[in-house]
Write a protein that binds this ligand. Structure first.
Ligand SMILES: [Zn+2]
Length: 784
């Protein structure tokens, strides 16, 4: 506890607080104290803390549509104050004038270090304007004397006679320097008054809805444009009506109104303090979370991001209505506003145009940090980490369990309900930042948010601490008992590795199968320590148990899928910082799907190495799914024999370069989803949106070789038709047909957008494709 009549230097840590940019904080008419023939200008506050503010990132907040950063800079402690003086000032400014009654700065009662003292003390900084090098801060004593001097009735009785002679100029003198001491004046800004009007609200809603609809429709009809203008005008009318009402002059008694000498600049700065202290205290709490998770984040913002639910917005650090009242009553009269878009510039994720816009962005080689400030992206990453960890441990721990069994166990572990339990162990509900609105009121919703938060946390640990930290944390949380935890964390090597602990390459000499595989090793430039792992990866399901590979590749395919998901997820997370999790998912599924995997497998000539039951040794055409499985199990073999770094390199070479083409071709979306979107953009206001409907027209052929014919209808009209070996494939074909034949303005718009943005890249891509086609034609010719 501080000694009241002392400055307690040596006990308190001193920080100068500044706000950048200075817009709305540097005012034309700052609070000035004259003392000793010098003017001392208010420049902001100093904060004294009982504990050092280490490891606390800068505080960012959006106000007046401007993105502010609050800095706190450690400086030499000034000595010209006593703590009692600071307390008197704080109680006058924060309680009596700004009425921040619910801003509580006392710590929990168990805080034995400083009972009775607030966590922070504040001092206004009035700085001398003289040109000496060191800025001189006016003593607290002089500040308090100034406040006492200024404290007199707004209209002193003896001046009334004088004042009756005043003209306009005299009135302006009072403006800005007045703080009402009559509580809760019902003065509202014109805007606020209008917004409360239900008729206005209803009209505003319909206006915004129509505006959004038109913004997202590629072709705007004249009728709709007129409608929008009409609504805009109607809104304007209501606003004007309200303005008229406001122009009415009201006579108010000046009785009970006092001058304070404090101008709006002080209030502007003061209203940043709850935000800052809130931020500091939250980060001090997060240090407790460090202990619970057993990992200390270096990047404190990353931990905060992981804890930030999308519903959370840091506004005022306290009851927002209350803070807003104080700001509009005592803050500056006409703040400068920034661009309204700042609130959702990087937040918007819905709507077809946003989708096209974001999905048209290519990956960044040198990525900038993401500007999306909630945890959904981290959750996307963490989800892949959790699934990867679970798959790996189960794979090694149960070497005889079929892939179906592994999948069942994995589902039990990674399902939301279970992750929510793990989150509860970490008490994440106490650290999560979320809006305490109706959304998360229900227990089930909160638990869901907690599970997501848990994944985001794992994602953050993985990002900063690496796989090992994430693995240890997840293991610790899964099992309370040390025995089980050790079993989970220290899994045995692969059975093929157990049989020949150092290497099995000596077997190559006697095995034609392994000999052949060395050709593949040469082709990809990787030498396996256990080449039988590679053989296992190439062993198709139809091959039964054998002593060379101890089984087929389906378990490996299960593992390989999770590995690819993780590596792709991490790559996308880093290189596409402006993509929301939904957009990342679209990109990921364009990479990790049967079609792309099979293509890569084919390009690497994997089909030639497939180990089958076929004794004729003739190369057989493999189904897409089989090829994709080959690739996934190869990835697993690569991981088991080497490590994740090898998989990263492999995917860097064989997968990620394809992203550019997917993006330029707008190939990240399957035809069905694309058709759905196109149809949605054609909806009319006030009606249920029309969606494409699929109908199976014909099924022919025996059960193992059936062909389905499917047609797709839109607004009662048949717009496309497709055939395929499954209903799904036939639907895809029908959708593709419709997209080509039906004139969707959306498709044309999307194509034009990409064409305009990437003229050069598209030209290069097409030239490259022509070159490749020509080359392959030539090789075909030479073969003949
Ligand atoms: Zn103190």
């Amino acid at each position: 506890m501080c000694r009241p009549m002392n400055n307690n230097s040596g006990k308190l840590f001193h920080y100068r607080i500044t706000v950048s940019p200075p817009t709305n904080f540097l005012t034309d008419r700052p609070t000035v104290i004259e003392y000793d023939d010098h003017e001392y200008l208010f420049e902001g506050f100093s904060l004294f803390s009982h504990t050092p503010l280490t490891n606390i990132p800068l505080c960012r907040v959006i106000r007046f549509n401007i993105d502010y950063t609050i800095h706190f800079i450690e400086e030499m402690t000034p000595e010209n104050y006593c703590v009692k003086g600071l307390e008197l000032f704080s109680s006058y400014l924060f309680k009596d004038i700004l009425e921040l009654y619910d801003w509580n700065l006392t710590g929990p009662e168990i805080d034995i270090d400083s009972p009775g003292c607030q966590k922070f003390h504040f001092m206004p900084r009035f700085v001398g304007s003289c040109l000496t090098e060191v800025k001189e801060v006016l003593s607290m004593h002089q500040v308090l004397l100034y406040l006492l001097r200024c404290n007199k009735p707004l209209v002193p009785e003896e001046e009334i006679a004088d004042m009756l002679q005043w003209e306009g100029a005299g009135l302006a003198e009072i403006r800005g320097g007045v703080q009402g001491h009559d509580r809760h004046q019902p003065w509202h800004e014109a805007q606020l008054a209008t917004r409360g009007d239900p008729q206005y609200q209803k009209l505003w809603k319909s206006y915004v809805k129509l505006r959004h609809l038109l913004a997202n429709s590629p072709k705007v009809k004249q009728v709709d444009k007129q409608k929008l203008t009409q609504r805009e005008e109607a809104l304007q009318k209501i606003r004007q009506k309200n303005t008229m009402r406001r122009e009415v002059t009201v006579e108010l008694s000046s009785q009970g109104f006092w001058k304070t000498g404090i101008r709006s600049d002080v209030c502007q700065h003061a209203m940043m303090l709850p935000v800052l202290t809130h931020h500091i205290r939250y980060h001090q709490c997060l240090m407790h979370l460090d202990k619970l998770i057993g990992y200390v984040f270096k990047e404190r913002c990353l931990l905060q991001l992981g804890m930030t639910h999308p519903s959370h917005h840091l506004n005022f650090g306290m009851n927002p209505d209350h803070a807003r009242n104080s700001l509009s009553n005592c803050g500056i009269r006409q703040p400068k506003y920034g661009d309204r878009k700042v609130h959702h510039m990087y937040m918007r994720k819905k709507g077809i145009n946003t989708l096209i816009n974001i999905m048209s962005r290519l990956g960044q080689d040198d990525p900038s940090p993401s500007r999306i400030n909630h945890n959904e992206r981290l959750e996307f990453l963490g989800d892949a980490v959790v699934e990867f960890l679970t798959s790996v441990h189960l794979y090694y721990l149960f070497p005889n369990l079929e892939e179906g069994g592994l999948a069942t166990y994995r589902t039990a572990i990674v399902q939301n309900q279970h992750l929510a339990m793990l989150a509860k162990k970490l008490e994440l509900d106490r650290f999560m930042l979320y809006a305490h609105g109706p959304d998360l009121c229900r227990e089930s919703d909160l638990r869901h948010a907690m599970a997501n938060c848990f994944e985001a946390l794992i994602g953050a640990v993985y990002l900063e601490g690496g796989l090992e930290e994430a693995k240890q944390l997840f293991g610790r949380l899964l099992f309370n008992g040390e025995d089980l935890r050790d079993v989970w964390l220290q899994y045995p090597p692969h059975p093929l590795q157990v049989q020949e602990p150092t290497t099995d390459r000596q077997l190559i000499e006697t095995s034609p199968v392994l000999q052949k595989l060395t050709d593949f090793e040469d082709a990809i430039g990787v030498l396996f320590t256990h080449v039988r792992l590679l053989a296992r990866a190439f062993t198709l399901r139809t091959v039964g148990f054998n002593h060379l590979t101890l089984g087929h590749n389906q378990r490996m395919e299960f593992l390989g899928d999770s590995i690819m998901q993780l590596v792709a997820t991490e790559y996308l997370f880093i290189h596409f910082p402006d993509h929301h999790e939904g957009h990342l998912t679209l990109l990921r599924s364009s990479l990790v799907n049967n079609r792309t995997q099979a293509k890569v497998a084919e390009e690497l000539g994997m089909q030639e190495f497939a180990i089958t039951n076929d004794k004729t040794k003739r190369p057989v055409a493999l189904r897409t799914k089989t090829l994709a499985d080959l690739l996934e199990s190869f990835i697993a073999a690569l991981y088991i024999d080497k490590d994740l770094v090898y998989v990263h390199t492999f995917m860097n070479v064989c997968f990620f370069p394809r992203l550019k083409e997917f993006i330029l071709n707008q190939d990240w979306n399957d035809p069905k989803s694309q058709l759905q979107q196109c149809c949605l953009t054609l909806r009319t206001e006030g009606k249920e949106p029309d969606i494409p409907l699929y109908k199976t027209l014909q099924t022919v052929g025996p059960s193992h070789a059936r062909t389905y014919t499917v047609a797709v209808y839109f607004k009662g009209e048949r717009i496309g038709c497709g055939k395929g070996p499954s209903i799904q494939q036939a639907e895809m074909g029908a959708a593709m047909d419709a997209l080509e034949k039906y004139n969707f303005p959306q498709m044309a718009h999307q194509k034009r957008f990409i064409e305009r943005k990437y003229r050069q890249e598209l030209r290069e891509m097409r030239r490259e494709r022509e070159r490749l086609e020509k080359e392959s034609d030539e090789t075909d010719d030479s073969r003949k």
